[in-house]
Design a protein around this ligand. Structure first.
Ligand SMILES: CC(C)(COP(=O)(O)OP(=O)(O)OC[C@H]1O[C@@H](n2cnc3c(N)ncnc32)[C@H](O)[C@@H]1OP(=O)(O)O)[C@@H](O)C(=O)NCCC(=O)NCCS
Length: 398
């Protein structure tokens, strides 16, 4: 029987989620499908159908995504899965073909995703484009080098208060942080502030706190408390879901708050930026036991448009090879125009994605044998142009 890959019909949302849901151990609940329907347009879901059964799916959220110096439309790839009865027959490849062609036609210069396994997406031109870290700090080692002076006050929020107080803080951070995307109210309701029992993993309800001064939100944290005891003493944990601030003082303030929750033994957090201020705030940063891994993977869907959007100055000609999206296979100047000049650097589109947000440098690519320097000094010139002052960060798996 042959497999057909096509756009999903609106009533097929649940069936399109089912293949990836299978790997989490259950069919998607009605609630899950309903929540996805609030943030995912049905025409952005592709499904693979065989003999009337949906055996695979891949979808894309429509993001306004921050890149260095700009905000661009982006496909936020999600809900990718093929049932184990149908794997290794090229179905994912067909889904990726349909999805990337679609993003290209819609004028989205980039696509991004979190990969379940690093081996999957490179063949489709995705490159590892951001890193993140996790930490577990024992509160007894949570002292800062200097006192924090944020000048504000903390307020615990109900769900509805959080819907008003937190999004403006997030929006300010997202707009200046490559790798973050704008969240609409539906996203806050259906995802970021959604707090069903199955998300708690044994911990308590989501706690929402904002740091304010003169009514202006400066920082916030979403977290849970997981209380436990050993021989009568607390081994409780603050599990940070996300925390961020609009200024250095506000960021320090919200982390001071989290590290000061009495009766807890430690603070645990994942999906942190790798250049987190905590490294320089804490007296004993080694005690963070920080572990780094990959976070966002990026696909330059339209290399010219992606280069034109990003802040770049200089005159390096890039020769980009792109086997999966041949419309990109060309030489480019930094303004995104296709160039007839000789190339200074030659590399694959997936490796260009790794430097695009600023997570890696051309010098690092060179040391890994992933870029050919065709004119002397081109790697250094390209790095000067691509340099960013902060590591890309995506605080949320989507
Ligand atoms: C990952 C997944 C979608 C792949 O689907 P698939 O239809 O088997 O993929 P394809 O048959 O199109 O494979 C294309 C190529 O990728 C390779 N590949 C696919 N999945 C891979 C994996 N998990 N690890 C390594 N290689 C993989 C295949 O071997 C094939 O290589 P080839 O072209 O050299 O022959 C499927 O295995 C799956 O649903 N896994 C569990 C859920 C999951 O991880 N989803 C991704 C969420 S981000």
């Amino acid at each position: 029987m042959s497999v057909e890959v096509r756009q999903a019909k609106p009533e097929e949302l649940s069936s399109g989620i089912a293949p990836v849901s299978h790997y989490f151990g259950s069919a998607p609940s009605e609630g899950t499908a309903q929540r996805f329907s609030r943030v995912l347009r049905p025409e952005r879901m592709h499904v693979a159908e065989e003999g009337g059964q949906i055996v695979g799916g891949a979808s894309a959220f429509e993001f306004q995504f921050t890149v260095p110096g700009a905000i661009v439309p982006a496909a936020g790839v999600t809900i990718v899965g093929v049932l184990p009865t149908h794997t290794r027959r090229g179905i994912l490849t067909q889904l990726m073909r349909a999805q990337l062609d679609d993003a290209h036609e819609r004028g989205e210069p980039v696509a991004c995703l979190w990969a379940s396994e690093e081996t999957i997406y490179g063949r489709y031109g995705y490159g590892m484009a951001a890193l993140c870290g996790e930490t577990e700090v024992q509160r007894m080692y949570g002292s800062f080098r200097q006192p924090v002076e944020h000048g504000g006050a903390f307020r615990l929020l109900s769900h509805d208060e959080a819907l008003d107080a937190i999004p403006p803080v997030y929006a300010r951070v997202a707009a200046e942080t490559p790798g973050m995307f704008a969240r609409r109210r539906e996203w806050w309701e259906a995802r970021a502030l959604h707090d069903s029992e199955d998300r708690r993993d044994g911990a308590g309800e989501m706690v929402r706190v904002v740091l304010e001064r003169d009514g202006e939100g400066l920082a916030y944290a979403l977290y849970r408390l997981k209380m436990d005891f050993e021989a009568g003493s607390s081994t409780g944990e603050v599990r940070v879901i996300e925390a961020m601030g609009v200024s250095p003082e506000a960021t320090a303030g919200i982390w001071r708050y989290l590290l000061d929750v009495d009766w807890m033994e430690r603070v645990q957090a994942e999906l942190l930026p790798v250049d987190h201020a905590l490294f320089l705030l804490l007296e004993q940063p080694r005690r963070m036991r920080f572990r780094i891994g990959d976070s966002l993977w990026l696909r330059l869907v339209d290399v010219g448009a992606a280069l034109a959007a990003r802040s770049l100055e200089g005159d390096v000609v890039l020769e980009v090879a792109d086997a999966f999206c041949p419309w990109n296979d060309a030489r480019y100047s930094f303004d995104g125009a296709k160039s007839m000049e000789d190339a200074d650097l030659r590399l694959d589109v997936s490796d260009l994605a790794s430097v695009y947000l600023g997570a890696f440098t051309f010098a690092q690519l060179q040391r890994a044998g992933l870029v050919d320097e065709l004119s002397e000094g081109a790697v250094a010139r390209a790095d000067a142009a691509f340099r960013t002052d902060r590591a890309p960060w995506c605080p949320e798996i989507f």
